[in-house]
Design a protein around this ligand. Structure first.
Ligand code: ADP
Ligand code: MG
Length: 268
């Protein structure tokens, strides 16, 4: 069973796609295989790996709307050990089309259940909304990875996300939990960034990752070259930060599993 993370925050521009791409790209280096799922109709994750969306044989749209075989649509990325389930702009219509379909909240989880390859991790890049596409992501995931931009209103909207995830936990996916909050786009020269980081940490001491992702121009350039930061500029500050974050994520997961196991043993 893969460990499934949904990179989620209904605000746009907080670093979801950048985080999904660069955490996923670091997995093989750390001995883990991965699948990245692009659930955003904008397809920035897909193009971020240099994949031409107009030439795809199929996308996650065919999988969730037409129940196409997920194994036939997954393709390799330029990173050995990392595959992708690509997006397509047709996915924009899926938000409406899903409404009329049976088990409309579970289309993605059913598709991932059919995976033939045994990935260690599945990383899902969510769209910037709390609609049915995001609900599908949260029903399929075990962990939410929540990027928060170190700017004004950083925590605005977190209430709505928490509310949605609690509903999903109760009604559709009891396994769902916070895998971590990651501070992104951190600019150490501004007092505000430090204040926001401090505020998030004090409010979510357990959940917030120690690693902070700096604002780094190399991270914003990499997608236009169709490469994750691990390939575009592995020595950049952004690359080092995402490598550290991925290590932290993997070791936390191990700690969480250990915790679950301990609870199970005590319960016996
Ligand atoms: P989201 O998926 O939440 O909308 P993105 O990851 O697409 O956010 O990031 C929004 C924009 O900010 C993109 O142009 C991206 O390249 C840029 N960006 C994201 N993280 C960083 C960073 N740490 N440093 C510099 N630019 C970044
Ligand atoms: Mg995005």
């Amino acid at each position: 069973m893969p460990c499934i993370y949904a990179v989620v925050n209904q605000k746009g521009g907080v670093g979801k796609t950048t985080t999904a791409i660069n955490v996923a790209a670091n997995l093989p280096d750390l001995g883990k295989s991965g699948l990245i799922v692009d659930m955003d109709p904008q397809g920035n994750t897909t193009s971020g790996f240099g994949i031409d969306k107009s030439r795809l044989a199929g996308s996650v749209y065919n999988v969730i709307i037409e129940a196409a075989d997920v194994n036939a649509i997954i393709r390799p990325t330029g990173v050995p050990g990392l595959d992708i389930l690509p997006s397509h702009r047709s996915l924009a219509g899926a938000e409406i089309e899903l409404i009329g379909l049976p088990r409309r909240e579970r289309r993605l989880v059913y598709a991932l259940d059919m995976l033939r390859h045994d990935y260690d991790y599945v990383i899902i890049d969510c769209p910037p909304s709390l609609g049915l596409l995001t609900v599908n992501c949260l029903v399929a995931a075990e962990y939410m990875l929540i990027p928060i931009q170190c700017e004004y209103y950083a925590l605005e909207g977190l209430g709505a996300l928490t509310h949605t995830s609690q509903l999903i936990q109760r009604e559709l996916n009891p396994r769902l939990k916070i895998g971590g909050i990651v501070l992104t786009l951190f600019d150490p020269r501004t007092t505000l960034a430090w204040q926001v980081a401090e505020q998030v940490r004090s409010q979510y001491p357990e959940e917030t990752f120690r690693t902070i992702i700096p604002r780094n121009v190399r991270l914003s350039e990499a997608p236009s070259h169709g490469m994750p930061i691990t390939q575009y500029d592995p020595a950049s500050r952004g690359a080092v930060a995402y490598h550290e974050l991925t290590k932290e994520l993997i070791s936390r997961g191990a700690a969480a599993n250990h915790h679950e196991l301990t609870k199970e043993l005590i319960a016996r």
